[in-house]
Structures are given as C-alpha cells and as structure tokens.
Design a protein around this ligand. Structure first.
Ligand code: MTE
Ligand code: MO
Length: 252
C-alpha cells in the first residue's frame, strides 16, 4: 500500500474541489451536522472531515453501484495477506464448521453466529466492485447476509454510533458509521461468484462495503463490536488505516 497514492485519491479530490477557503466553511457545516470522522483531527483532519461530510451530505440516498453479470471479472485479483495462523488452519481443516462470528458491545444480546446461523438470516447477492487504493479493481458477485440483520438479531442499542469489525488476521480491524452499517449493501459475504468465498478472497467470511475502497472490506471477519465510543478502540482514529496516513472514511 502506498500512502501517497491513497492520500492523493482521498484528500486530493475533496480538498481541491472545495479550495482552501472552502475548508473553513466545510468544517462549520460538518460540525453542524455532526459529521466529524474519528480521524478528523491532526494534520489531515480538515481534509478528512471535508471528504466525509461532503460524501455524507451529497450521497445519503445514492445506492451502491451494481454491475451486470456480464461484467464480472474473469480473473479477479486476490490481494496478498499474511499466511493464516494455526487457529485459522485448524478451522479450515474442519470445513469452517467451528467458525464463529462474535457480536458484542452496545447490543442487548451479545451472541455468536456460525456460518449456518448467518445463512439462516437470509442471503442477498450483489455484483459490485472491489477497488484497491493502489489502482486496481475487479467486479464479482458477492453472496451474504446484510450486516444490518446480524445487528438486529443481537438487538443493537440506539446509542450505537459505529460498528467495529476485526479479523483472525492479527491487527486487521476497521469501523464504519451507522449509515454504512444499516445499508442493505453492506454484506457479510460467504459466497463469491459460483461458490463459497475462497480463502484467498477472505473466506469463510468477509465484509463487503461497496461504497468504500477495498481496504475497508476486511477479510476473515470473526468479531463485530457495536459502540457508542469509537475513541476506545486502538488509537481512537476509527481504524488502523489513519495511523498509516490512510483515511478512515474511504468513500467512492
Ligand atoms: N484481513 C485482511 N483483509 C483485507 C486486506 C488484508 O490485507 N487483510 N487487504 C485489504 C485491501 S487493501 C484490499 S484492496 C482488499 C482486496 O480484496 P481482495 O483480496 O479480494 O482483492 O482487501 C482488504 N481486506
Ligand atoms: Mo487495497
């Protein structure tokens, strides 16, 4: 991942469009609507706030872009990940029957779901694009259950502001706001194209967030925490991405 590339992509567009004078106005607007992202302070803070607030105000009712079946990529590219750890390999050897998704935090009923449980909540399919900040992308069909249904099952509480999700892969976690968490296109994907989600693409379970860049679509998701206080997680920036100069909000 190249920080310059992602920085240009995310900060460049918004800040250039508004002009430097616009930053101030955007900041006031963002505060008025409560649209300050978790990484909205520090050197890049005004740019991140501008991008997030603009996207939220302008695209509130715009659905994710979907593609026709004929546009599905013949050779999708799986980004390299760290080798799976022993615990993961053990679960894999058992056909992921013992895979569990833990849901906790600001929910009335903290609980865990097997893959069978998740399928039982109802499957949706969508043909959407994975776009990496490094410039490549591919289109695939994703089959899974909407995150919103899982949150509903667990009795997500009204004070919830963010949903944090993490992976069996050490150190991989991200978060989204409730607008994205409630979007029917935000899927916990278990299937891809004609089969189960391959391990290379994040199987048995990954988040698919088609309105944001690929790095928000964390692979091997096994833990979801609803929260009213994002500052309690990591360095309080909403994910690890901002620690490396990448925006928490990566809308596209
Ligand atoms: N667990 C995990 N999830 C991850 C990553 C990773 O390294 N580990 N990379 C992210 C990035 S940067 C991108 S662009 C997409 C790529 O998805 P793909 O592997 O299906 O191409 O996965 C995202 N999810
Ligand atoms: Mo990426």
């Amino acid at each position: 991942m190249n920080p310059i590339t992602r920085r240009n992509l995310i900060l460049g567009g918004g800040a250039a469009a508004a002009g430097v004078g616009g930053l101030d106005a955007a900041d006031r607007l963002a505060k008025r609507y409560g649209l300050i992202p978790p990484d909205g302070s520090g050197v890049y803070g005004p740019g991140e706030t501008l991008t997030y607030a603009c996207q939220r105000l302008l695209t509130r009712n715009t659905p994710a872009r979907e593609f026709s079946r004929s546009m599905i990529s013949k050779n999708p590219f799986a980004n390299a990940v760290a080798p799976p750890n022993d615990a993961f390999r053990k679960l894999q050897a058992g056909g992921f029957r013992d895979w569990r998704l833990v849901v906790d935090g600001t929910v009335a009923h903290p609980m865990s779901f097997s893959l069978v449980d998740l399928k039982g909540l109802g499957l949706h399919s969508q043909i959407t694009e994975v776009a990496c900040e490094e410039g490549w992308s591919y289109i695939a069909e994703w089959i899974g259950t909407p995150l919103s249904g899982v949150l509903r099952e667990a009795g997500v509480l009204p004070q919830t502001q963010y949903v944090v999700y993490s992976s069996t892969e050490e150190g991989m976690w991200e978060s989204i706001d409730m607008q994205d968490a409630s979007d029917p296109h935000t899927l916990l994907a278990m299937g891809m194209n004609d089969g189960n989600l391959p391990v290379g693409f994040g199987g048995p379970l990954r988040l698919r967030l088609p309105r944001q860049l690929g790095y928000k679509s964390v692979k091997y998701v096994n833990h979801i925490t609803a929260t009213d206080d994002i500052k309690k997680f990591g360095k309080g920036l909403g994910s690890v991405s901002p620690e490396y100069g990448y925006a928490w909000y990566a809308g596209m």
